[in-house]
Structures are given as C-alpha cells and as structure tokens.
Design a protein around this ligand. Structure first.
Ligand code: ADP
Ligand code: MG
Length: 358
C-alpha cells in the first residue's frame, strides 16, 4: 500500500531549482533511501514533506490525505536533521520528553513513552545524565529518540550518520535496520553514501539535480541499472565506463572496445553495426584469466583488508578491478596481467541519454 506520494514537486530558491518536478512513491512500512550527491535536493525533499518548505508546484499525499498545504504540526511526520542539536543543560530524559511537553501530554504518558523509547534505543542507563556527557553514538540515539517519542507514522532521516566516525556509522547502520524491523515505521532516509543505501534501503531512489533518475531495489540498481548515472552512484569501487562500437565479424555481432573485442551477448535488438555506446563493467566482474583475455598493466594496488582494488591500464583506458586479498599479494605496480570480461557482465548505455540498452 502506498503511504506517501510526491507528484511533480518544484522548489526554487531564487535562480536555483532545488526540486525540478520530483515524483516518488513510498510504501507503508518501507525503508526507502534517497541517494544522491550534495545539492541533489535530498534535504529540500524531506523538508517539503515535513511542511517546512513552500513549493512552487506539486502535490504531497500522505496516508490517503493531500497534505501539500497542511501545517507542520499534526502531519504525523518526524524528521531527524543532519546536524541535530540537543539541549545541553537538560538531562537525556528531559531532552526526550521535550517534544511531548510541547504537545502538552500528561506526565504519566510522557514518562511511559520516554522509558519505552529509551529501552528501544538502549540508552536507559543515560536517562538521568546531562546530554553533554553522552558519547557521540548516544547523542545520535537521543536525537532519534526525540523523533520517536512522538510516535510518527513517517520518519524522515537526513544523513543521520554523516557526522559520525566510521566505526559508529557501521554500528548505527545495523541499529537503524533493527529499529525499522521492531517499529515497522515507514522511513525515508537521505544519504550521499551508496553503502548506507545498499545496506539499509529496501528500495533506493537515485537523485540528481532535483529529480529522481531511477528507483529500484539494491540488487536491481547494482545488477541491472537502467541508467548510467544510477549505475555509477551504486557500487564501490564505481563501475568502469569505456566507449564501445558494434561491429560484425564472421557473421556475429561483437563489441569493439579501446583495448580489444568481446562477443556481444544475446539480445540488443535495437543496435546495428557502427553504433557507438557507453560500456559499463563493474570492478567485481573483471577477473584474472589465462588465455583469451586483455593485457593490462597494474598501475596501483589499494589493499582494503579482505579485498584489494587494482588500478589497471588497458590500452590507455583506466579501469579498476577487485581481487581477494590473498590473490593480490603477489601483484604490484608495473606488472602485467591478463584480464577477462564476460559478455554477459557488460552494461550497455546510450551515449547521449545514458539509458540502458538491452
Ligand atoms: P542535498 O540535501 O541533496 O545536498 P539540498 O536539498 O540541500 O540538497 O539543496 C538542493 C539545492 O538547493 C542546492 O543547489 C542548494 O544550494 C539549494 N538550496 C537549498 N536550500 C537553500 C536555501 N535555503 N537557499 C538557497 N538555496 C538553497
Ligand atoms: Mg542535505
């Protein structure tokens, strides 16, 4: 069931178009990620849903109601901002209770909700401390708790992990998944980090310049991206792109790449000989082979623990590939290897529009 529908949202700040006809649908109970670089319009989208921005055009429907012009209060929507500010002179309990006091709930109900949320977030032991004594991770939990005590039907999260250190980000990703599972609340989570989107999102909307480029499950976006830009936003190291041209040899369609030829997999009915395309190949899909491969010069090795990223030069094109750490140990800059790219692992995109070609 659809919980939230955005249709044709337009938001301008002077001459900047922050949202350029943005549309999307979030299902009830879904963990939905907005993935896009800085200035893509993620924050503006969340603020518009919260009711903090006036739109030039478009319509916002939530839980079956048109809330485009509804006041902020009473939407049943809570937002956690990228830079959350706790009240330092108050205790954790007082911080959590604050929104409920504002809403004039009875003292007993406030205590009940604060205790419940504190338990859920595992910060019960900090309740009577000042927030200034809480660790970074606890402070983040308190900020989340302040949104949750209001029992929102929709939780908007604006890069909640961007300001945390790497270890904490890892822990909090798992924590958000657990919270989502335990609460069942619909969550819309904005991030520039593809890893966060892939690990937490049930669906991901890739954003660019105030529009949605593509929506899909993590698997769809990784394995069969419909758009070259979305293909590049998802997966690390990022997908390699090289130019390609269709040719026919010995009665078979083949793909000419800057460093050699590969057979063209089945399909591609829309392509004819001479057509130029953008060819994408994921670093994980390049393997070291024996005969029949392409010669590649290793330029750089980047050990990342269990895997190593190799920077390769193939006929003047720079591509990245990934190897298990133990297989990469014997390799170093200056060495030459043979690499294999399977036809079925290639992603073909229109050179002009960036749309996938099948
Ligand atoms: P993101 O959250 O994806 O980084 P934003 O929604 O913050 O993107 O911004 C989208 C665009 O709108 C950017 O170009 C940004 O500079 C602009 N913008 C956002 N807020 C304002 C504002 N209050 N005044 C002027 N321009 C703004
Ligand atoms: Mg932002």
């Amino acid at each position: 069931m659809t919980e939230l529908t955005l249709t044709g949202l337009v938001k301008r700040y002077g001459r900047v178009t922050a949202l350029d006809g943005l549309s999307l649908e979030v299902r009830a109970g879904e963990f939905y990620c907005l993935l896009g670089p800085s200035a893509a319009g993620k924050t503006t989208t969340l603020r518009a849903i919260s009711g903090l921005e006036r739109l030039e055009a478009g319509r916002i429907e939530f839980a079956g109601r048109d809330i485009t012009a509804a006041p902020v209060q009473g939407r049943g929507i809570a937002m956690i901002f990228q830079t959350f500010a706790l009240y330092p002179h108050l205790t954790v309990r007082e911080n959590l209770a604050y929104p409920l006091r504002e809403a004039r709930l009875a003292a007993g109900e406030i205590k009940r909700r604060v205790d419940e949320v504190a338990e859920l977030l595992r910060i019960t032991h900090t309740l009577d401390h000042k927030t200034t004594t809480a660790s970074g991770g606890e402070q983040q939990r308190i900020a989340i708790g302040r949104a949750l005590v209001r029992q929102p039907k929709l939780l908007l999260l604006d890069e909640p992990l961007t300001n945390l250190d790497a270890k904490l980000r890892h822990d909090m990703r798992a924590e958000f998944k657990r919270l989502h599972r335990d609460l069942g609340t619909t969550m819309l989570y904005a991030t520039p980090d593809q890893l966060e989107a892939l690990t937490m999102g049930q669906r991901i909307a890739v954003m660019r310049d105030g529009r949605i480029v593509e929506v899909g499950t993590p698997h769809q976006l990784y394995a069969r991206p419909a758009d070259a830009y979305a293909a590049r936003m998802v997966g690390a190291p990022a997908i390699n792109f090289v130019p390609g041209r269709i040719l026919r040899r010995d009665g078979r369609d083949r793909l000419e790449l800057p460093f050699g030829e590969v057979a063209l997999a089945e399909g591609y009915a829309s392509l004819s000989v001479g057509d130029q395309v953008t060819v994408g190949v994921r670093p994980h899909d390049i393997t070291i082979g024996a005969a029949g491969g392409f010669r590649a010069a290793i330029q750089l090795t980047e050990p990342l623990g269990d895997i190593t990223v190799l920077d390769l030069d193939l006929g003047g094109e720079h591509l990245k590939m990934v190897l298990p750490e133990d297989r990469a140990q014997a390799l170093g800059p200056g060495q030459e290897i043979e690499v294999v790219i399977r036809p079925e692992d290639l992603h073909l995109f229109d050179r002009e529009t960036g749309r996938r070609i099948d």
